[in-house]
Design a binder for this molecule. Structure first.
Ligand code: 13P
Ligand code: SF4
Length: 357
């Protein structure tokens, strides 16, 4: 639906008043009405780099979810302020690993005698606390666009008979290990934080190469192998392109797998007349379907029963206008600020990611 013209005008005016003092970042899952005001759009890796590359912006308005804004705060200087237009824009996956649970897990690994051979790799979709844990224990952050490189690096650090503790998305961890690195499903075990010892024996921990945290994305977890089979039947010749947060069986049945930025670049390069079924968040799929329809590329949503990421969708034009107008009036609202001790170690882990080859 078209945006309220009054709000559009107010957003424009507030941005104009702020000029170079503000820089607006927009994740690809944001609503069109918000994307329109983003100075840069990207996947989580690109946005982290963009935030770090804007030392002159006094304010970074992050149109995305909480962990992304935290990462931007960690990567920007102390005098810069990061604003999340709605504080309720969290991520259910990031909430699946708390600092206490991860500390307990590390105790379990220590007890089993594997901690010293284990390097943590944490997905960007995690709280600053988890990133700090990762930094403290010699690990790195990864995103869906560099998970393979992060795992290669981490295995090198872990040495002979080394293991990775992958947090918190079991699917990205498994898909990268099995699809991209040729490991087997048996090389992976799942650590369940709600069970004693993670539901694993010391022997299972010793035999595993990948210890996957039992977390997942509530949106991507809903795409199924049935949806892949159905779309292939409905649209012969269709290319199935999914995000690596989807379940392993979905990724294994897909033709292409990658981050949001990869999905966009792939569709951009696709020939006219090609057909695509996309398994990722709906705002992005709709935008791409509209963008490429005039070029004769047919783009459909992989499963019509899956919906938006409800927390990404919390950032809407009214929240953005409120944040921008407040800043223009000299009032900083919804600032995301990571405490210095957490920031120090989380930054170590994030910088390891940014330095990956
Ligand atoms: P990308 O890094 O691919 O943008 O993914 C972020 C995300 O939250 C996917 O659910
Ligand atoms: Fe989190 Fe999934 Fe939403 Fe991405 S799509 S922000 S992983 S809940």
């Amino acid at each position: 639906s078209p945006s309220d013209p009054d709000l559009v005008e107010r957003a424009r005016a507030a941005k104009a008043r702020l000029g170079d003092r503000v820089f607006v970042l927009g994740h690809h899952y944001q609503r069109d009405e918000v994307i329109e005001f983003a100075d840069v759009t990207g996947d989580s890796f690109k946005l982290a780099r963009e935030a770090a590359a804007r030392p002159d912006a006094e304010y970074i308005v992050f149109c995305g979810v909480h962990f992304m804004a935290e990462s931007a705060d960690i990567l920007t200087s102390d005098r810069q302020q990061v604003v999340l237009p709605d504080l309720a824009a969290g991520c259910s996956m990031a909430d699946m690993a708390t600092a206490e649970q991860v500390a307990e897990c590390w105790d379990v690994l220590t007890e089993a005698g594997v901690a010293e051979r284990t390097v943590p790799v944490s997905y960007m979709n995690s709280s600053a606390d988890i990133k700090a844990f990762t930094g403290r224990h010699g690990g790195t952050i990864c995103t869906s666009s560099n998970a393979r490189r992060a795992l290669d690096w981490a295995f090198e650090q872990a040495g002979e008979d080394g293991k990775i503790l992958f947090l918190p998305d079991q699917h990205l961890g498994r898909n990268t290990a099995v699809r991209d690195m040729g490991m087997s499903l048996e090389d992976c075990v799942v650590y369940n934080p709600h069970k004693p010892n993670g539901g694993l024996t010391a022997e299972q921990l010793r035999d595993a190469r990948m210890i996957l945290w039992r977390g997942h994305c509530s949106v991507h977890g809903r795409f199924s192998l049935d949806s892949v089979n159905e779309v292939r039947e409905r649209l012969p010749g269709v290319n199935v392109l999914v995000h690596p947060e989807c379940k392993h069986e979905v990724v294994a049945a897909a033709d292409h797998v990658g981050s949001t930025e990869y999905i966009i670049n792939t569709l951009d390069a696709a020939p006219a007349g090609s057909k695509w079924a996309i398994g990722t968040e709906l705002n992005l799929v709709r935008r791409l379907a509209n963008r490429y329809a005039p070029e004769g590329k047919e783009i459909v949503f992989l499963d019509r029963t899956v919906c938006f990421c409800s927390t990404m969708n919390r950032i809407d034009l009214p929240h953005l206008v409120w944040a921008l107008e407040s800043l223009a009036d000299g009032k900083v609202v919804n600032r995301i600020q990571v405490d210095p001790e957490t920031e120090k170690f989380a930054k170590v882990a994030l910088e390891r990611m940014l330095a990956l080859p």
